[in-house]
Design a protein around this ligand. Structure first.
Ligand code: SF4
Ligand code: SF4
Length: 447
């Protein structure tokens, strides 16, 4: 039964006036913005976007095509904010400016198409079920070992682009909702995200295996849905608010101690953007944690280090998703897990922290720029000599695989959770270290 939850209230562009005033126009962000590095235009960099957003608010410019194009030129990677002396929240401001533009100009075709799918989980499920059955009609593989390529053009999806296949069964449908662990361990809820649910279920398997190996009680709430970030990225605040309310309802029902996000972008959607929507959302967002950080805190490194080491092991290079870089502990966690795996050697790679070039709707609107950023990453990977490219975000996996395919490299991109799942296949439940600081049953206060 659905219960009423607080309506999500998104900030308006005008609410960001104080933060806009914090931009001192020093231009330091120019040295760090991947889009500016490619485009070289002032409107592509944070300072330029803030100036445009302010002019839009003040009525000095109108919501025309040029402004819309400039504000679409942002990967929402947050690199500028991390290097900004005043920590101006540029990505949040760009999202608010896109909503403001949509309010004046109407929503784009992309935004309306996304809303039609994201608001209807059953339609998403039907697509996920139907597309693999018609895959031969829709896609082909050129060369044969590459990802899927469309046989015909679709608006904003290049035929050149290598696409991942839908899984035969979605992760949530192929698992029970509850997975009991040790009675004295807390309950954690899995936030799977759409891509792990429908495209990369093997990453979900890895997460479940790692959590149950550590004795956690796990719930995979049936009614959870999209985190709302794709809708936010497309300037659709109403859909993002509806999706947030749905997730608030779905997770509050189980009262978990932790909500673990398996996807770096979903984690960002459920924390940085979710917490602004109202008190109930903020309270829930405080329970959201990135799975890699939770696994490190719970002592999984020691478990992994205790596993036997095969005679020969492949090398894996790590790409760190932008959305995990906001916090040093989170940024370090995927590398710590990779380092602890005895089945893989961690191979250093140049620019492992550079954006992969996906940026939500950015790669749909600006595929050529997105490809150029991906090509830089693929070249760094080639030079590393690694056998696999590992990351912590399914969106990055899709973009990295496309970049490897475009560069003619045969290697695979995958989620680090997939490697954990393979390594832990035979491990039975293990004791959780007693002094783990973040895993406490008393955190189960009411949401
Ligand atoms: S966004 Fe930050 S780094 Fe960029 S110009 Fe403004 S104050 Fe400087
Ligand atoms: S969020 Fe990323 S792409 Fe957007 S302006 Fe900042 S650095 Fe550039």
């Amino acid at each position: 039964m659905k219960t009423d939850v607080e309506k999500a209230q998104l900030k308006t562009l005008a609410d960001y006036r104080p933060q806009m005033a914090q931009c001192v126009k020093c231009g330091l962000c120019r040295a760090h913005c991947p889009v500016f590095a490619e485009r070289g235009r002032e409107t592509a960099v944070a300072r330029g976007k803030i100036t445009l957003a302010q002019a839009l608010l003040d009525g000095d410019i109108g919501p025309d095509d040029k402004v819309a194009e400039s504000l679409s030129q942002c990967l929402l990677c947050g690199t500028c904010s991390r290097h900004c002396p005043n920590q101006v929240p540029v990505d949040s401001m760009v999202l608010a400016a896109r909503r403001e533009l949509a309010a004046h100009r109407g929503r784009s075709l992309l935004s309306r198409s996304l809303a039609a799918v994201l608001r209807r989980p059953r339609l998403m499920q039907m697509l996920a079920f139907g597309v693999p059955r018609f895959a031969g009609l829709l896609f082909h593989r050129v060369p044969r070992q590459s990802g899927l390529r469309l046989r015909f053009s679709l608006p904003m999806v290049s035929r050149q682009r290598s696409l991942p296949a839908f899984a035969r069964n979605s992760f949530r449908r192929s698992h029970a909702e509850y997975h009991p662990g040790n009675p004295d361990r807390p309950l954690v809820a899995l936030f799977t995200g759409c891509m792990i649910n429908f495209i990369y279920p093997q990453a979900g398997e890895g997460a479940l295996r790692a959590l149950t190996a550590l004795g956690f009680n796990v719930v995979i709430p049936r009614d959870q849905g999209c985190c709302g970030l794709p809708a936010l990225s497309a300037g659709d605040g109403a859909t993002a608010g509806e999706l947030a309310a749905n997730n608030l309802r779905a997770f509050s029902l189980h009262n978990p101690a932790h909500i673990v996000a398996l996807c770096a972008s979903c984690h960002s959607g459920m924390t940085r953007y979710f917490c602004d929507l109202g008190p109930a959302y903020e309270k829930l967002s405080l329970r959201v944690t990135d799975i890699h950080t939770l696994l490190v805190d719970a002592g999984l490194e020691a478990v992994l280090q205790g596993l036997p080491r095969p005679a020969t092991v492949p090398g894996a290079a790590l790409h760190l998703p932008c959305h995990l870089r906001h916090d040093p502990q989170q940024a370090a966690a995927p590398g710590r897990l990779l380092d602890a795996l005895t089945s893989t050697d961690w191979v250093p790679m140049d620019r492992s922290e550079a954006c992969c070039g996906l940026g939500g709707t950015f790669s749909l609107y600006h595929y050529a720029t997105s490809q150029r950023l991906g090509a830089i990453k693929a070249e760094a990977f080639r030079q590393s000599g690694a056998d696999r490219l590992v990351t912590a975000c399914p969106g990055c996996i899709m973009q990295l695989q496309d970049s490897l395919d475009q560069a003619g490299l045969p290697q695979r991109a995958c989620h680090i959770l997939e490697l954990l799942g393979e390594a832990l296949e035979d491990v039975q439940k293990l004791a959780l270290p007693a002094s783990s600081p973040t895993i406490r049953a008393e955190q189960k206060s009411n949401l």
